[in-house]
Design a protein around this ligand. Structure first.
Ligand code: ATP
Length: 900
């Protein structure tokens, strides 16, 4: 088997390829052979880009400006011989780095395991059967079927192709898709010119094909060029970027303040060690050590909450952006509707027929309406349902005794209507075997298949009514003869059916001489019209509720569909969609793809806002719509499933791919994947996103006063030449323990009721608005007053420096603990929320108090942190401070509180 390695497969004929690989191209490999080969070659997995090792992650934690300050502070204290301070500062830096790297690797792991749930699948021929399997199970010699939108699962030598084009940009950098066919190319051809090869990791942008696997895993071209496969380790988000910018500003402020305090101290001729200790205290006090870790943890928790609600986040920033979404553009079929198609009306031979029965079972009948020709006497109707059954790739399977469709539900519905007429699609396939085809592509909106019959071949076509009518000059009459086509009556029939919300497909046929093949250019010529089939696809009940919730939350919902305008309008009406100032079905226009095409960019930007339904839209037009919405300042979420949707998904602020019906290309481009293809899941994710963002803001508004308060306390002491009320080591104790035991508990804060009654957050809005900034300032001053006041009061009453400082430290912690309860909501009191609705807060509060008791009474802490015992009355004073601060903030909330 080693002989298979490093072969120039592109230069080897098909026949030689199969003999080298030992495979029968019709039947594929058998079970024994695949097992043998997987043992020999291993699974078809490419080791991803070299990950940062845990040690590298740890080292990178030190590469942050604020850590530099802490390290400098540690060195200064060491230089001054304050070894305890120096070790504690170093300890904090190390603990912080450990926590940070641990959190980061957990977040990366979580993202990775999520992307693993979206493993690529492949369709292969094994032991004569067409099977769907995980791409990792492919072995050299497997025959693989490629369809538009697939990610090529391994390196393949193409055997047959139909309009096959691949996007090889991941491999060659070339963004224009390349045609693929089975012809041998020269041995020296470079990768981009090897048209008979499809390489792993590239995407099928159109057409179909078959190929044999020649290399798997790390032996594939992409596997060899290590580092090309991107792994999901991007942990940066708009918010973390803002925080990084903030910490750079903070760095300058801290350096400035520390410098000022040194100058003041020196001017006062204070001892050098005091001057430097004050500067160190200022520096360590003002740094919000817990902030970066907290942000990552809150975002990571958001990712897992969303996954529980069936929305898989592929890119971390999406968690945050989702909360700010202002417009959701959604597909119709399958996302807003059930994708359970049932043909209800047929128009053929100028007569209407009603089809009874629902679902994919064949119970039901076809009856003529308005005294039309009976179904059995109408030969054009028979051909119409036959065309539907043959120009079709779906199958009906009877899993667990219930008929269900394998493949496209639209096509499934056509198999069922044929069965209700009395045609069995399997028998039809046998008597009219398919010899060629032009697959359905959204941009063409039709499909054609070619079938062998006794006297030549027959082509059957199905697709969007306008497209099919364009190809027809004549129609098949009920007696089987051809007659003149009355396009107007067909269009009227279509409009009647579409007004009921039915998706209408037109069917046509043409007879051709034997040996004819299908080509896109002339396939659509000289067709004979057979009829229309109108199918219902009921709107999803949960989508109606979700749309109402979105509209209530100030998030506009727009339906963008490939379907006909009237069908789209009827479904939009059933779903309760509405325009910004109009009602569907009354004064709200439906914009069609061709109308979009006629508008200039400026006109589109102006009009796009008011329109809730867009019909007959091509994937390229989706991209224009997203750009127009973004130009209006909207934060746009866009769904997509097809290969051509990828650019629109990439362009949108949140690209959403369908997990079930979506192609690999769409999933790859998306920020989020819906595992249930359901619109309601998008609404759930927006809700979670809002919750996550609110918790982030709550944490930031809670944590900043500690740092500002500590900075102010030290600054004031320096200004007045007083002793420091808190020492650097004590400051670090406060920062570390309160962040871990108190602040982090906000991450578990449940979403506040009514979170979907607020309007979306504008992206340019600062994280802390003026109300919150004022509150941060207010709490900082209260901390300053209480801690400094208690410290000076104790000293004045003759307490030791140690005891007075212990009072100040406890004041900080207790006030922060009470302020934590305030911070659970920006408008509601903790009693409104329910004191136990976030039990983590109560637990954290309890642990914090135990830690403070240890800090205050344990002798070892007296040595390490220069603390001293305090008595009962002292605790009462401190608790009073906490309660007063709590009450003041509650009053402030009632007066000016505003939700984020
Ligand atoms: P959306 O999810 O955007 O609402 P859609 O399913 O309505 O998508 P497309 O799949 O692009 O949009 O289909 C566009 C039109 O092409 C349909 O209205 C229908 O007329 C036709 N069509 C859909 N599926 C097929 C098919 N399998 N074969 C032939 N024509 C089809």
């Amino acid at each position: 088997m080693e002989t298979l390695l490093n072969k120039k497969w592109h230069n080897i004929s098909k026949e030689e390829t199969i003999s080298l690989l030992g495979v029968d191209p019709q039947k594929g490999l058998d079970v024994f052979e695949t097992e043998k080969r997987i043992k020999h070659f291993g699974e078809n997995i490419i080791s991803s880009k070299r990950q940062k090792t845990s040690f590298e992650r740890l080292l990178l934690q030190f590469h942050q400006p604020l850590v530099y300050i802490l390290l400098a502070a540690g060195s200064v204290t060491a230089f001054l011989g304050e070894w305890v301070d120096s070790f504690v500062i170093l300890g904090v830096v190390i603990v912080n780095a450990l926590v940070g790297s641990f959190q980061e690797s957990k977040a990366v792991k979580a993202l990775k395991s999520l992307s693993a749930t979206m493993n690529v699948e492949a369709v292969a021929i094994r032991a004569g059967e067409t099977v769907r399997l995980e791409a990792s199970q492919l072995v050299p010699g497997d025959m693989v079927i490629l369809r538009s939108g697939d990610k090529v699962p391994a390196d393949l030598r193409i055997f047959s192709s139909k309009e096959l084009r691949n996007d090889e940009s991941t491999l060659t950098g070339e963004s224009v898709s390349v045609e693929k066919n089975a012809q041998v190319v020269a041995g020296e051809a470079v990768l981009a010119e090897r048209h008979c090869m499809a390489y792993a990791g590239t995407l099928v942008s159109s057409g179909q094909g078959r190929g044999v696997v020649v290399a798997t895993g790390n032996m594939t071209e992409i596997g060899r060029i290590s580092g090309l496969i991107d792994s999901a380790d991007e942990l940066e988000t708009p918010l973390t970027r803002k925080i990084t910018r903030f910490s750079h500003m903070l760095l300058l402020a801290i350096l400035g303040l520390a410098g000022t305090s040194i100058v003041i101290g020196l001017a006062r001729s204070e001892p050098l060690s005091d001057v430097f200790m004050a500067a160190v205290a200022l520096a360590v006090g003002a740094i919000p050590e817990g902030l970066p870790a907290a942000v990552t943890i809150i975002l990571a928790l958001g990712v897992s909450r969303m996954a529980q609600r069936k929305a898989i986040i592929r890119k971390l920033p999406a968690v945050e952006t989702l909360g700010g979404t202002t417009v959701i553009c959604s597909d119709k079929t399958g996302t807003l509707t059930e994708n359970q198609m049932t043909v209800q009306t047929i128009f053929s031979g100028n007569s209407y027929y009603e089809v009874s029965g629902t679902g994919y079972g064949d119970e039901g009948d076809i009856v003529a309406l308005d005294k039309g020709i009976t179904p059995r006497e109408n030969l054009s109707l028979e051909e119409c349902v036959r065309a539907g059954a043959l120009c079709n790739d779906a199958r009906i399977s009877n899993k667990n005794g219930r008929p269900s469709v394998v493949g496209d539900p639209t096509e499934g519905a056509l198999l069922v209507s044929a069965a209700k007429f009395g045609l069995n699609y399997k028998d039809e396939f046998k008597s009219l075997p398919r010899v060629d085809e032009l697959p359905f592509e959204s941009e063409w909106q039709y499909m054609v298949t070619l079938h062998e019959q006794d006297d030549g071949v027959v082509a059957y076509m199905k697709g969007a009514v306008e497209k099919v009518l364009n190809c027809c000059f004549q129609e098949v009459l009920p007696n089987g003869e051809n007659g003149a086509l009355d396009k107007q009556s067909v269009i009227e029939a279509q409009q009647k059916m579409a007004a009921k919300g039915q998706r209408v497909l037109a069917l046509a046929r043409k007879r051709l001489p034997a040996d004819s093949a299908l080509e896109r250019q002339d396939a659509c010529m000289g067709m004979d019209f057979l009829g229309l089939q109108g199918m219902i696809d009921p709107p999803r009940e949960e989508a109606k509720v979700a749309i109402a919730a979105c509209q209530n939350a100030g998030v506009e919902v727009k339906m963008i569909t490939g379907d006909h305008a009237l069908t789209a309008q009827a479904i939009g009406l059933m779903l309760g969609l509405r325009g910004s100032d109009c009602t569907i079905g009354q004064d709200c226009p439906v914009m069609t793809g061709s109308e979009i095409g006629e508008l200039s960019d400026t006109d589109l930007i102006e009009k796009v806002g008011q329109i809730p339904v867009f019909a007959r839209v091509s994937p390229e037009q989706k991209l224009r719509l997203v750009m127009a919405l973004q130009a209006r300042g909207e934060i746009c979420a866009m769904t997509g499933d097809g290969v051509n949707d990828a650019p629109a998904l990439k362009q949108s602020d949140i690209g959403i791919a369908m997990g079930i019906s979506g192609t690999d290309a769409a999933k790859e481009a998306a920020d989020m994947v819906l595992t249930d293809d359901n619109f309601a899941t998008i609404e759930a994710a927006v809700e979670e996103g809002r919750g996550v963002f609110a918790n982030l803001v709550k944490f930031i508004a809670w944590t900043l006063p500690t740092n500002a308060g500590e900075g102010l306390v030290i600054l004031l002491a320096v200004l007045f030449g007083a002793s420091l009320p808190i020492l650097p080591v004590q400051i670090l104790w406060i920062n570390m323990t309160t962040a871990a035991c108190l602040g982090m508990m906000l991450a578990f804060e449940p979403k506040e009721p009514g979170i979907m009654d607020r309007s979306p957050r504008r992206p340019d809005r600062p994280i802390l608005d003026h109300v919150l900034l004022r509150r941060v300032g207010f709490v900082s001053i209260l901390l300053l007053v209480c801690a400094f006041g208690l410290f000076e009061w104790e000293l004045y009453n003759g307490a030791s420096l140690e005891k007075s400082r212990t009072m100040a430290v406890n004041a900080f912690v207790v006030i922060e603990a009470f302020y934590l309860f305030n911070s659970r909501s920006f408008t509601r009191s903790p009693f409104d929320l329910g004191l136990t609705s976030n039990p983590w807060i109560l637990g954290g509060f309890g642990v914090m108090m135990i830690l403070q008791a240890i800090f205050t009474y344990a002798p070892v802490m007296h040595n390490l942190f220069a603390s001293a015992p305090i008595d009962f009355l002292d605790w009462v004073k401190i608790l009073l401070c906490g309660i007063v601060v709590y009450l003041l903030i509650e009053v402030d909330k009632k007066l000016v509180g505003k939700d984020v």
